[in-house]
Design a protein around this ligand. Structure first.
Ligand code: J2J
Length: 544
């Protein structure tokens, strides 16, 4: 019997019974996914990183060794560990090591800095923080050193690579070597209804919100997404977007591929120079990109000498995270020679995908339909009343892998959820008669910068700290490459800062770089709506 932890509202008993009876939820934890494959296909390749490879048996044994090392250092079931690692094998070795212990990875993005990491540590009370030594010209050890000082509960800093003498840090290799052979700790098995991982939401309330995903809901998400994407034991998935992203992790991504018994290949970057040779060498069959990379891939492949067949093995290119333009969508199959699958998902749960056998017109112009028969979707007007099929409204959803409330944020229960448990996505959509969804806009105060979500309120709070700035509003402006870029409207005494000055200032405050405004517009005052709020629609018009 899974008692719903006080940290987050789980599903009501009636729904839990329904999801179990329908077979959506199983009496399984995420560690079982790997353990089962290690039994069934011990010698099949599970994971590839550069020249390093792990069979399922090896991956399971490594995860056990990592679990043992963590256990010896005092990490226990239910403990939270913030994981901020690039796409390297260690991401998965640590992730499954934590799963083997029943400990909870908290997914941070590579671009996060002190502001975001401190928030994650504070909100979750994490005992551990895992980083790479250096990645993408940034030294994560300096970040680790600064948060170590501020967070008392943080006892373990794990560094993949060289600890650089950072006090209190343990090297990933050392952690693993600590464990004598066959010393996996006695299983302290979590309940399938327990939290298996914590994901960060795009957020629209001023501080990033966390999403608790349980073993049974995330395990189902992986299975349902793998089925909708046609994954099998022959599938080879290239993890090109950050592994910590819910899309890359589970839709179907890494976990879906392992669920199907396939192979996961870690790509350090989605750039064609890196990804194309990996696809050719490893026989990659499926990968996922965010929309800004699509024209980059199309152009790079069109420029290849005639007859190159680097992408020959690729059968599906998934694209999601932001709206893909129809004309780009139409060029995927003719240029890359593979199928397109649009993915409209969210860390909160609901995943929509176009099916591989959908008519080309739907594949190129819609963002898919829900992956599970248990997904319920409603499209409503501003007053919460359903709109007719074909009309635009806000998408509401509930289902077997969609949250019922944020982690440690009871105050968001009424703003982000309906009384009957539907999550308000903040997305404006139109439903086709086939059930396919067109994403046409949003009501949430967010900028979607090529798939990276920026919470306007959070950044505005930071902008107000800039000397002389008395009011700030961040809005999205259309951008040919990223879809959207951020524009900061500032009311300031004296000359406004330049983009670079502001970026340096925000970096100094520990804010992730992608949240820095792309453009600055100084104004004397903001246009106001009839009720006296900043008229962001008017600002958006002005930013075009
Ligand atoms: C338009 N907007 C989209 C799309 C997401 C799979 C894929 C993406 C995410 C993700 C994810 C969109 N067209 N195809 O978690 O598992 C916008 C919507 C949505 C928000 C969620 C996955 N795909 N979006 O992007 O939690 O506004 O998840 O509500 O980062 O991205 O953002 P996030």
């Amino acid at each position: 019997p899974e008692a719903s932890a006080p940290d987050w509202p789980g599903w009501p008993e009636e729904a839990r019974e329904r999801y179990r009876a329908a077979g959506f939820w199983r009496e399984e934890v995420l560690a079982d996914v790997l353990a089962r494959q290690a039994q069934r296909r011990p010698d099949a390749v599970a994971l590839v990183d550069g020249d390093r490879r792990w069979t399922y048996a090896e991956l399971a044994s490594e995860a056990g060794a990592v679990a043992a090392g963590l256990h010896r250092r005092g990490v226990r079931r239910g403990d939270r560990v913030v994981v901020q690692l690039p796409n390297r094998a260690e991401f998965l070795l640590l992730w499954f090591g934590l799963q083997y212990l029943g400990a909870v990875p908290v997914h941070a993005m590579p671009g996060h800095r002190g502001h975001e990491i401190s928030h994650l540590l504070r909100t979750t009370g994490a005992v551990g923080y895992a980083v790479a030594d250096r990645h993408a010209r940034f030294d994560y050890r300096t970040l680790a050193a600064s948060v170590l000082e501020e967070h008392e509960e943080l006892r373990h800093v794990i560094v993949v690579g060289d600890t650089g003498g950072l006090e209190g840090a343990v090297g990933f290799g050392e952690l693993r070597a600590d464990a004598p052979a066959n010393s996996a700790p006695a299983p302290d098995r979590p309940d399938p209804g327990d939290i298996a991982l914590l994901l960060l939401s795009g957020g629209t309330t001023g501080t990033p919100k966390l999403i608790a995903r349980t073993h049974q809901d995330y395990g189902y998400n992986a299975r349902a997404a793998a089925a909708a994407c046609g994954l099998t034991a022959d599938s080879v998935y290239l993890a090109a977007l950050p592994a910590a992203f819910n899309f890359t992790m589970c839709c179907p991504g890494i976990l879906g591929t392992l669920t199907a018994g396939g192979t996961v290949v870690m790509a350090p970057s989605p750039a064609p120079e890196t990804a194309f040779p990996l696809i050719a060498r490893e026989g990659v069959t499926v990968t996922a990109l965010s929309p800004p990379m699509v024209p980059v891939w199309l152009e790079a492949y069109a420029d290849r000498a005639p007859g190159t067949a680097e992408l020959e093995s690729l059968s599906v290119l998934q694209v999601g995270g932001a709206r893909l333009a129809d004309d780009l969508a139409r060029r995927v199959r003719p240029t890359l020679g593979c199928g397109l699958q649009q993915v409209f998902g969210m860390a909160e749960g609901l995943i929509n995908v176009t099916r591989l056998d959908d008519p080309e017109e739907l594949v190129c112009t819609t963002q898919g339909r829900p992956i599970s028969p248990g997904d319920e979707v409603r499209v409503v007007d501003g007053a919460g009343a359903p709109v007719p099929v074909g009309a635009v409204g806000e998408l509401l959803t509930r289902g077997p892998y969609t949250l019922r409330g944020y982690y440690r944020s009871p105050e968001l229960a009424t703003t982000h959820f309906t009384p009957d448990g539907f999550y308000r996505t903040g997305d404006l959509v139109r439903l086709r008669p086939s059930g396919h969804i067109d994403v046409v806009g949003r009501v949430k105060d967010q900028i979607n910068r090529g798939g990276e979500k920026i919470d306007a309120t959070e950044v505005e709070g930071q902008l107000l700290a800039y000397p002389g700035v008395s009011a700030a509003a961040l809005v999205a402006a259309p951008d040919p490459d990223l879809g959207e870029r951020s524009v900061a409207f500032l009311v300031c005494a004296g000359a406004p800062p330049t983009v670079r000055e502001l970026a340096a200032f925000l970096r100094g405050r520990g804010l992730a770089g992608y949240k820095s405004p792309d453009r600055i517009e100084a104004v004397d005052a903001f246009p106001l709506t009839a009720v006296g709020k900043v008229d962001k629609n008017a600002l958006r018009e002005r930013s075009r």
